[in-house]
Design a binder for this molecule. Structure first.
Ligand code: SF4
Length: 289
């Protein structure tokens, strides 16, 4: 099927700009930190926020941060792609690694837990918040697309973790003094359209699968959803619509406290990052890096 570039670009921009506008994701004079991995979703977020600033009468600052987990042979290419795109758009980029913070790479601890994605996700969220706070940012923009959101939604059932329902929103409000609110400008954009946009606009992206992704529940859920969608079109859209209508629970019902060790916002102290750091340190003591 031939895709007409201008009308497709207009569709993508309208989808993302409507989400930003309808949900008031960005206010004038704010400073937005974009988490950029180099993958298609974060690169599209970078370009869309840049375009939104150019094409709308609103002044706001944009910065980017790339978290280097320490995945040899994989993350280096993502960092290069993030640097290339940020340079082209003149957006300042900070690269910060797990090693800077905890003195080990993800490669050093990949086998501590059943899924490598668990410590990786906890640490990345922790650093994103910490760095955005230290840069005085008002919001963190992430590249979560519609498919990611549907997968996360189904994963809460698999884990019997309904506490996560308030996260299904394009904006996660500030509910703790040290929490930088999150926004998801691609919230209503299907993943396949993110990929098409990058290809037809010839945007450099890092398109490899993380070697640890096979250990995640997310990759199984994604596979299952794609299979169902192949047979029955609009399944994903219907799931999205049903949770959009039914399951958004007010975030003011969520209480966060401060971690007794690091001061970061958490549902219970110590926070997950401090908890797993202690476990990891106990396990890896004696390992040679
Ligand atoms: Fe981290 Fe898992 Fe993502 Fe790899 S797939 S970068 S291990 S969260």
């Amino acid at each position: 099927m031939k895709i007409e570039k201008t009308s497709f670009n207009n569709y993508v921009e309208k989808n993302v700009f409507d989400t930003i506008g309808n949900y008031k994701l960005i206010k004038p004079k704010e400073k937005i930190m974009i988490g950029v991995s180099g993958g298609k979703d974060s690169i599209l977020t970078l370009h869309m926020l840049h375009n939104y600033r150019l094409k709308n009468d609103i002044e706001f600052d944009i910065e980017a941060v790339c978290i280097d987990e320490g995945i040899k042979g994989y993350r280096e290419k993502g960092i290069e792609t993030a640097k290339d795109n940020c340079k082209k758009l003149k957006i300042p980029l900070t690269v910060y690694s797990f090693k800077n913070e905890w003195n080990y790479d993800l490669d050093d601890i990949y086998d501590v837990y059943k899924s490598t994605c668990m410590p990786c996700g906890v640490y990345r969220r922790y650093l994103l918040n910490k760095i955005s706070n230290s840069h005085d940012c008002d919001k963190i923009a992430t590249g979560h697309n519609m498919d990611d959101e549907i997968q996360s939604f189904l994963m809460t059932f698999a884990r019997n973790d309904q506490n996560k329902f308030p996260k299904f929103s394009p904006i996660l409000e500030k509910i703790h003094e040290n929490m930088v609110p999150r926004i998801k400008p691609l919230w209503k954009l299907p993943e396949k359209d993110v990929g098409i946009w990058c290809v037809i606009n010839d945007i450099p992206i890092h398109n490899e699968e993380c070697p640890y992704s096979v250990t995640s529940l997310r990759s199984d859920v994604k596979l299952m959803l794609n299979k169902i969608e192949e047979k029955k079109k609009k399944t994903k859209e219907n799931i999205f619509k049903s949770f959009e209508k039914t399951f958004q629970i007010k975030q003011e019902n969520v209480n966060l406290s401060s971690c007794e060790y690091c001061g970061q916002p958490t549902a219970k102290s110590p926070c997950k990052a401090c908890e797993i750091t202690e476990e990891i340190n106990n396990i890896i003591t004696g390992r040679q890096f």
